[in-house]
Design a protein. Structure first.
Length: 372
């Protein structure tokens, strides 16, 4: 079956009180845990009050004692923006605090204002810095001193000030052996990050805001990388994101999708305008009616909404377009004014629509196995 997961950037209208959006996000994770969702992924952004969680590890740590089984993912920690030894130490600590409920999602960072404030504007450098950072993190977790790393972006050593008998110079190893599973986010079609992840045996995560036609290229690219490295790719590791809202009627869903001032329109307006900044267009002189109209159109293309039957039919079609996968990550959107509806939607997904999708996917797997 595909497990169900939860993914939150999170993205909220900046006019909302921070305490209120934090409460909503925490309530959603607690509900997901009670419903048997396997994972909850939380993003990291520093310079946007619309994406206000600056540390997924801190946010997730606040929920360890209030949940029982759900695993906590960082979706993602932007490695070029932090020193890898700090990241390694914080992730190892969280892994112990949660007793192994840690999934370590990494990335190069996607928020353009974060790039600016951390002086990471060069895209190629961000990618290479991320690769070197994860190498340092794994070295910290794996090796005992004395050791050193001399790289393009980081020089790290632990050679002289080592006194094992009193713990000096030793580093906390993660709770999980050898470390928490590493995951990486995927966006573009035929993503080279997907191939790189396959070669490393990392978890691939396809974003909820990515068109299905592009997501369909992610697994073949990942699998090619895995096979090149002598690994056997298993689609059960593939996390795929989608925005899903179950409503009483299809007309209710249409009304929400068509609302130019609703949460979905804000979501894609924000992504579109942030994308302009990421592309180098810093103009804030925009036609808001045009921006909202484009966001409404994108909502209709990318969001799966409607009755239980409509949503199941659309998820089946989505699965048939992209192929087999392991975890369906449902997006946590802003719930202001619709919290009960959203909570009900996540509940119905767990209790009715998710199991029906599982049966369909199991049947497809059985048919494929029989054909072989």
């Amino acid at each position: 079956m595909p497990d169900l997961g939860l993914f939150m950037m999170p993205l909220h209208p900046p006019a909302r009180k921070f305490g209120d959006v934090l409460a909503d996000d925490r309530d959603l994770v607690k509900l997901a845990d009670k419903l048997g969702y396997a994972e909850a992924w939380m993003g990291e952004h520093y310079t946007s009050t619309a994406e206000p969680v600056t540390s997924p590890l801190l946010f997730n740590a606040s929920l360890i004692a209030e949940t029982t089984r759900i695993k906590f993912g960082t979706g993602v920690i932007s490695l070029p923006q932090q020193h890898p030894v700090v990241v390694a130490s914080h992730v190892a600590l969280f892994d112990h605090l949660s007793q192994g409920r840690c999934l370590f999602g990494i990335g190069a960072g996607g928020l353009s204002s974060d790039w600016e404030i951390f002086d990471n504007l060069d895209g190629k450098n961000r990618t290479m810095k991320m690769v070197e950072a994860i190498e340092v993190i794994q070295k910290v977790w794996r090796d005992e001193p004395p050791w050193s790393h001399e790289g393009k972006y980081f020089n790290v050593s632990l050679t002289d000030r080592v006194f094992p008998e009193i713990g000096l110079g030793r580093f906390l190893k993660p709770y999980q052996d050898p470390h928490p599973p590493i995951a990486v986010s995927l966006r573009s079609a035929n993503s080279m990050t997907a191939k790189f992840a396959g070669m490393r045996g990392w978890i691939p995560m396809s974003g909820n805001f990515v068109p299905a036609v592009d997501i369909a290229t992610h697994w073949p690219t990942y699998a090619a990388g895995a096979e090149q490295a002598g690994l056997r790719p298993d689609p059960s590791v593939w996390r795929v994101g989608r925005s899903v809202l179950i409503t009483d009627t299809d007309a209710d869903a249409e009304e929400l999708l068509n609302d130019p001032d609703g949460a979905f329109a804000f979501y894609y307006s924000y992504l579109n305008l942030q994308g302009k900044f990421a592309g180098g267009d810093f103009s804030t002189d925009v036609d808001w009616d045009q921006v909202k109209a484009a966001a409404v159109a994108k909502s209709k293309d990318l969001i799966i909404a409607g009755t239980k039957k409509t949503v199941l039919d659309k998820l089946v079609a989505f699965r048939d377009e992209i192929g087999d996968f392991g975890v369906l990550m449902l997006t946590g959107h802003d719930m202001d004014g619709l919290k009960d509806s959203w909570m009900n939607s996540f509940t119905v997904m767990a209790e009715e629509v998710g199991p029906a999708l599982t049966r369909y996917m199991d049947d497809r797997r059985g048919s494929s196995a029989a054909a072989e």
